[in-house]
Design a protein around this ligand. Structure first.
Ligand SMILES: Nc1ncnc2c1ncn2[C@@H]1O[C@H](COP(=O)(O)OP(=O)(O)OP(=O)(O)O)[C@@H](O)[C@H]1O
Ligand SMILES: [Mg+2]
Length: 340
């Protein structure tokens, strides 16, 4: 196969900003304040277990809309997907960027952890343990953690390819550092961002807020505001606002900014002897993996028959896609129940 390449564009992509810090350090306030900026379009606010969204609507100039959801994973993912489509429309129409605020991603990962825990309670081994001792620890097996991580990844991929600005918050604080056996080490502290362990990796800009010191840009993937890791100390930014960060420090230009090009690796499920899927079957599987609601899954389902009739996929492939859609549908439904 010939080498396939392209030149990098050098364009600043839309940022995915992580704002983390202790209690009352100004995380939610900063998000509400950004919505007042003339440089941004409509801001959508997804509140997860924080409850600050209503109150901060009173901040002068703040103009954001609170996303309504019922707390279930399916509803949350579905709303994010809707906002993403609106952001795409606004970007294509040349309107100012849509902003999505998620306050907080700590609560998002807590929800997925609880989902894994609730599912684990139903397992035969845990049921047996609980019958013997109702206060026994429920053990969450690796496959359940993998499902929770898969859900988290699906959300993160949507955020990382959002055609506008995304700001997510998380709790962050100093904790006693632990030695290898999990015992606290006296007099030594580590800083911990609460949420999925890859949250800071996935963000393109990472900002720490604190009640004690000025905001600090801990790290940024940026040519313009880049901080040389291990060389430059993170710089306190007393002038910090999200508007300053996006438009002055990162030099994001709404006219040319684009979604960061992210080709996610696709693990697939092909057999090792190289029996490859047809292009259409691969496409249907990818669509199913990306579906965030049962309606979207059904849309993929409805494509199986025509693809089979049109001989774009084999009968085996049709079975495989159907099985995967059923599994994903069950996951979505289980999440709806677990969170209800
Ligand atoms: N930039 C600011 N200008 C003026 N007041 C601010 C600013 N940032 C924060 N505050 C004050 O600090 C309070 C707490 O801020 P905020 O609710 O944003 O913190 P938080 O980090 O989201 O806290 P929590 O962890 O409880 O969600 C605000 O209600 C406001 O009174
Ligand atoms: Mg808050």
């Amino acid at each position: 196969m010939a080498i396939k390449t392209r030149r990098p564009t050098g364009i600043v992509p839309w940022p995915l900003i992580l704002l983390e810090g202790g209690e009352k350090s100004g995380k939610s306030w900063a998000c509400a304040e950004l919505s007042a900026s003339e440089k941004v379009g409509q801001t959508y606010w997804l509140d997860l277990n924080e409850g600050a969204a209503d109150e901060y609507g009173a901040i002068p100039g703040a103009r954001y809309l609170v996303i309504e959801h019922d707390g279930t994973w399916a509803a949350i993912l579905n709303q994010v997907s809707e906002v993403r489509e609106e952001a795409r429309r606004a970007a294509d129409a040349g309107e100012p960027p849509v902003v999505l605020v998620i306050d907080s991603m700590t609560a998002e990962w807590d929800l997925l952890k609880d989902w894994a825990g609730n599912r684990a309670k139903g397992s035969t081994s845990n049921q047996k343990r609980l019958r013997a001792d109702p206060s026994a620890e429920v053990q969450v097996s690796m496959n359940l953690w993998n499902d929770a991580t898969a859900r988290h990844r699906r959300l993160m991929t949507m955020l990382m390819t959002f055609p506008g600005i995304v700001v997510v918050t998380a709790r962050g604080k100093e904790v006693a550092s632990l030695d290898q056996s999990g015992r606290p080490v006296e007099g030594s502290k580590d800083y911990k961002v609460e949420g999925h362990k890859n949250l800071a990796f996935d963000a393109s800009v990472w900002v720490r807020l604190s009640r004690e010191h000025a905001p600090i840009v801990v790290g940024a993937r940026s040519v313009h505001a880049g901080i040389r890791p291990g060389v430059d100390k993170p710089v306190p930014a007393p002038q910090f606002t999200l508007e300053w960060l996006v438009f002055d420090a990162l030099k994001c230009n709404p006219v040319e900014a684009q979604v960061r090009a992210l080709t996610t690796t696709k693990a697939g499920a092909e057999s090792p002897d190289g029996e490859d899927l047809s292009a259409k079957a691969g496409e249907l599987l990818a669509l199913a993996e990306d579906a965030s609601s049962e309606v979207e899954l059904r849309r993929v389902w409805d494509q199986i028959r025509p693809a089979l009739d049109g001989q774009e996929i084999s009968a085996g492939e049709a079975d495989r896609v159907a099985a995967r859609i059923k599994a994903l549908g069950a996951q979505l439904a289980a999440g709806t129940e677990a969170a209800a």
